[in-house]
Design a protein around this ligand. Structure first.
Ligand code: SF4
Length: 336
């Protein structure tokens, strides 16, 4: 279960002008949570000054603010456009977290209350283009997790159902989807479950749902009429990776609903690891697994590493073969 009573809430005072902002503040005030006013959700000096060792505590805080930039970003992978949406960050602590890796800072959960402005951007774009496009709403966060707090994913599914040429997509490592099962989504929403072998989930995806629960959630969503994709992400090539991922693909083929298996697609993403992850993991999560095997990786931009091409190419062939054997009808949308 997702536990979402924050230890502290930092908020921009303007959020009271939005019904969801007011509702969240009232809720946490009644719960006795410390409420701290801030100028800007992007710059919270007292959090900025904390050492990396405070990372775990900061993950228990919730930041409420207004998203300043809501312009859609063109994309050519999971979607046609990325929608800067209602949250950024989350309360989990994946050792490789791409937000830590990319932005060099804590990835605590920030919720933005101006959701109508964001959805307006989608409406306008869909109207202007007049052809079906896919919009990613969970790029820098996990909408299933956020939904447990705000109901924003359920709301987004309902809103997308009303927009003729817009389809929405999001990936998740969580399983609390019951709220979405009876929504009239009109086939306009697609969920991608993000999966990894159980051992990797346990060691490296701290605070997320188990593989079993993610599969159960995918089956329920499929039965409720949603299209389901499978993200194997991030692929982490530890010494026994072939056995672990072989078993994962077997497990998926054994336990996913027959219809889902026949109608799904895959996205495969190799791990990118950053020196920022290394620094935070050592300071805040001592004793956790070492998933950064430097000899297998090469630099990729500022402080980041990814697998050497000869290693990821061999792995890509492996994944193509395994998926073709167990999911012969499934396309692989991309491998990166
Ligand atoms: S689920 Fe993991 S990778 Fe995604 S935002 Fe949360 S901590 Fe980062």
């Amino acid at each position: 279960m997702i536990k979402l009573v924050p230890e502290r809430v930092y908020y921009e005072k303007e959020i009271v002008d939005y019904s969801i902002g007011k509702e969240l503040l009232d809720r946490y005030s009644k719960d006795g949570v410390a409420l701290i006013e801030i100028e800007n959700h992007n710059q919270i000096p007292e959090l900025r000054e904390l050492p990396d060792s405070e990372f775990v505590r900061m993950k228990k805080y919730l930041i409420l603010g207004i998203r300043r930039t809501t312009r859609l970003i063109p994309n050519n992978r999971s979607a046609d456009f990325i929608v800067p949406f209602t949250s950024s960050g989350c309360s989990a602590m994946c050792l490789y977290c791409y937000l830590v890796c990319t932005f060099f800072k804590n990835s605590y959960l920030r919720v933005f209350v101006n959701r109508d402005e964001m959805m307006d951007q989608v409406r306008k774009k869909a109207q202007k283009l007049g052809v079906e496009k896919v919009y990613e709403i969970g790029c820098n966060s996990d909408m299933v997790l956020e939904n447990a707090l705000t109901g924003n994913l359920k709301w987004a599914v309902e809103e997308f159902a009303k927009i003729k040429d817009a389809r929405c997509t999001f990936a998740t490592k969580f399983a609390e989807i019951d709220d979405l099962l009876d929504v009239d989504h009109h086939g306009h929403t697609q969920m991608r479950i993000s999966v990894n072998p159980p051992e990797i989930i346990k060691k490296a995806e701290i605070g997320t749902a188990s593989l079993k629960d993610r599969i159960a959630a995918a089956n329920k969503m499929y039965q409720a009429g949603y299209r389901i994709g499978i993200n194997i992400a991030p692929i982490i090539l530890l010494d026994d990776w072939k056995e672990q991922y072989h078993e994962l693909i077997e497990e998926l083929s054994r336990t996913l609903d027959d219809g889902l298996r026949e109608n799904t697609f895959f996205e495969l993403i190799f791990m990118t690891y950053g020196l920022a992850n290394e620094k935070i993991n050592q300071a805040a999560l001592p004793g956790t697994a070492d998933i950064f095997e430097k000899e297998k990786m090469k630099p990729k931009g500022r402080g980041k590493y990814h697998y050497k091409p000869e290693i990821s190419q061999e792995a890509a062939v492996f994944f193509r073969n395994e998926i073709a054997a167990k999911f012969p009808k499934a396309a692989i949308s991309y491998i990166v």
